[in-house]
Write a protein that binds this ligand. Structure first.
Ligand SMILES: [Zn+2]
Length: 89
């Protein structure tokens, strides 16, 4: 039994869930969420390119089955989270 895997909505690669950053939806806004947060989630590699690909492909809207927006603060939070992952490795 390995770690659960999830698919990045940006590049569609499967990775261990712990390697990915989870987004949840709150009032139509994407927010970063821990793995324990309830509800639907969408996973993205800790890479800016994957977030951009996901936004371009409207993958979040598909994952959450509705229109989604992302604000600058969340984009920044994501970038910080990416840096933190790199620091751990
Ligand atoms: Zn990815």
């Amino acid at each position: 039994m390995g770690a659960p895997e999830r698919t990045c909505v940006g590049c569609r690669r499967r990775r261990p869930q712990g390697d990915l950053i989870r987004f949840a939806l709150r009032d139509g806004q994407l927010t970063l969420a821990g793995p324990e947060a309830p509800g639907r989630g969408a996973y993205v590699c800790p890479a800016q390119s994957c977030l951009e690909a996901a936004l371009e492909r409207r993958a979040f809207a598909r994952a959450f089955r509705g229109p989604v927006t992302i604000d600058k603060a969340t984009v920044h939070e994501f970038a910080v989270a990416c840096e933190r992952r790199k620091a751990v490795r």
